[in-house]
Ligand binder design. Structure first.
Ligand code: GDP
Length: 200
């Protein structure tokens, strides 16, 4: 049979997989502002192609800080257990005060440490946008404890704080920056910090 008589094959479907753009909340905490790291931090997000769509300097009220660090029961339990165990392992719990507390109570104490940290000076609140923005920003920021954050990350390059310093002084780990950790928390946090009309 002549090839031109064969039924024509339909063309393969063209798959257009453009990842949906995400939005994420970033806060440069008071130590980041005080150390003059704003330009450096913004530059890192711009260089990977993320887009800044909202920004403002905020003197954070305790109410806003408490609501920001109200990450739910699971977070209170987990951070409480982590700090309790750290105190036991490092012999920091002289009067056994932490050993006698419920993990949730210790979690609430860490929330108070975080509120004190976030209200200690101005904070730069921003919304960044782009495909996979939430994960990419977390990768650039680095892990929670700066002494364990690899070089190349913001926390690894600009802070040397250890969890031992912070826990033994009963305060938050000073790690310069906050970034939303999931689509659900990004949505809640952006709504908490910004009015719709402030986002370009
Ligand atoms: P992040 O998302 O990396 O900021 O970490 P988390 O959401 O788990 O914790 C919120 C903040 O609580 C951190 O950025 C730290 O400032 C503080 N924090 C977390 N874990 C500890 C801890 O084990 N000890 C102390 N002192 N502070 C902590």
């Amino acid at each position: 049979m002549a090839s031109n008589l064969l039924p024509k094959k339909p063309p393969p479907p063209t798959i257009k997989m453009k990842p949906a753009a995400e939005q994420t909340l970033v806060l440069i905490k008071p130590d980041g502002i005080e150390r003059g790291l704003v330009g450096e931090i913004i530059g890192r997000f711009e260089k990977v192609g993320l887009q800044l769509i909202a920004a403002k300097l905020v003197n954070v009220s305790p109410d806003l800080a408490y609501r920001h660090y109200d990450a739910g029961e699971e977070w209170f339990q987990n951070v409480g257990k982590k700090v309790q165990q750290f105190y036991r392992e490092h012999g920091l719990d002289k009067g056994e005060a932490f050993a006698k507390m419920e993990p949730r109570e210790i979690g609430k104490l860490v929330q108070k440490w975080n509120v004190d940290y976030l209200t200690a000076g101005p904070v730069l609140a921003m919304v960044w946008r782009g495909p996979h923005a939430i994960g990419i920003v977390r990768k650039i920021v680095g892990p929670t404890y700066p002494d364990q954050a690899p070089p190349g990350t913001i926390r690894g390059d600009f802070a040397h704080e250890s969890v031992l310093d912070a826990n033994s002084q009963q305060r938050s780990v000073h790690n310069l920056i906050h970034a939303s950790d999931s689509p659900a928390s990004a949505k809640l946090e952006i709504e908490l910090w910004f009015h719709r009309k402030e986002i370009i």
